[in-house]
Write a protein that binds this ligand. Structure first.
Ligand SMILES: Cc1ncc(COP(=O)(O)O)c(C=O)c1O
Length: 294
């Protein structure tokens, strides 16, 4: 088991994995990234993650050095060398640096870098799935679509860090961020779903959120299972009226919520793991195992 970092094709142990202090990813968050995990040693839904990386990069006019085929080959090489039973993978494409220059103008960057960070993935605490987690509707708003559009998975996560901090102060696992209109968007690193009257509801992309790969996959699984799915505008009243709630991400999979707190620490919603959440998690894991050839 090992942690390995691939920087522009060089495989390095963590202590040797360094890039310039003038790199714009470090200075400004001028980078894009993806987080993926493996099942059976194979990165799950890789094509979808690479397609989103490409869209995020295009959204920032950020070239991906050597392209996606090379990135895919380097990822395979890094996973093979790390030889972990299961791995967490973070791919980062940064706009790079002009040595000695600190300048916002993106055109001054000379050459970007592609990083693949691989480390062992031991999974989440099983209690998160058995009992569910607490989340909080926080005061920090999701950046609007006319600011740093949430559909771009950039390396600039300060807004989400601030939002998560508010939730952590309330003892919660994850936050839920409203948009300027007061409608729900998503968590700091997850999307959110409600179950109501047997239907699945989730904030529409137009509310301003990341088009989560797990969100998309769960919507497909729900449709296959004959569950009606509605992508719409949702707010705190909808949370309060839910029969069940869960969050999704590549690392959290389908994770039930047991309590939603308000900013004053009072409970807005409390409930048990809903049968639909359990069913979708089962389907998700079954598909992940199948893709992994397990
Ligand atoms: C802001 C945000 N929303 C949602 C997600 C979930 O996305 P995915 O299912 O692609 O992991 C993430 C993942 O990190 C995220 O950062």
């Amino acid at each position: 088991m090992s942690i390995l970092v691939n920087i522009d094709g060089r495989l390095l142990p963590p202590e040797e994995a360094t890039i310039s202090v003038f790199d714009r990813g470090f200075l400004f968050g001028d980078s894009v990234y993806e987080t993926i995990r493996t099942y059976g040693g194979r990165p799950f839904l890789l094509d979808r993650h690479l397609a989103r990386l490409s869209r995020s990069a295009a959204g920032l006019w950020l070239p991906i050095p050597r392209g996606l085929d090379s990135l895919r080959a380097e990822l395979d090489r890094t996973l093979a060398a790390a030889a972990n039973p299961e791995s967490y993978v973070r791919i980062v494409v940064t706009r790079g640096a002009t040595e000695g220059l600190v300048n916002l103008d993106a055109q001054t960057a000379e050459a970007g870098s592609v990083l693949v960070i691989v480390r062992p993935f031991e999974g989440q605490d099983p209690a998160c799935f058995e009992e569910g987690v607490d989340v909080a509707v926080v005061g920090v708003l999701r950046t609007g679509r006319r600011s740093l559009d949430p559909k771009i998975k950039s390396g600039n996560y300060l807004n989400n860090i601030l939002a998560l901090r508010e939730a952590k102060r309330l003892g919660c696992f994850e936050c839920l961020m409203p948009n300027r209109e007061g409608n729900l968007t998503e968590g700091s690193t997850s999307n959110v779903f409600l179950v109501r009257d047997g239907r699945l509801l989730t904030p529409a992309l137009e509310s301003g959120l990341l088009d989560g790969i797990t969100r998309g996959f769960v919507l497909e699984l729900a449709a296959e299972a004959g569950i009606e799915v509605v992508e719409t505008t949702l707010d705190a009243d909808d949370l309060a009226a839910a029969d069940g709630l869960f969050i999704t991400s590549s690392l959290k999979e389908v994770m039930p919520v047991k309590r939603v707190k308000r900013m004053d620490g009072t409970v807005l919603w409390e409930g048990k793991v809903h049968a639909i959440a359990r069913d979708l998690r089962g389907r998700y894991l079954e598909r992940a195992s199948r893709c992994a050839g397990l």
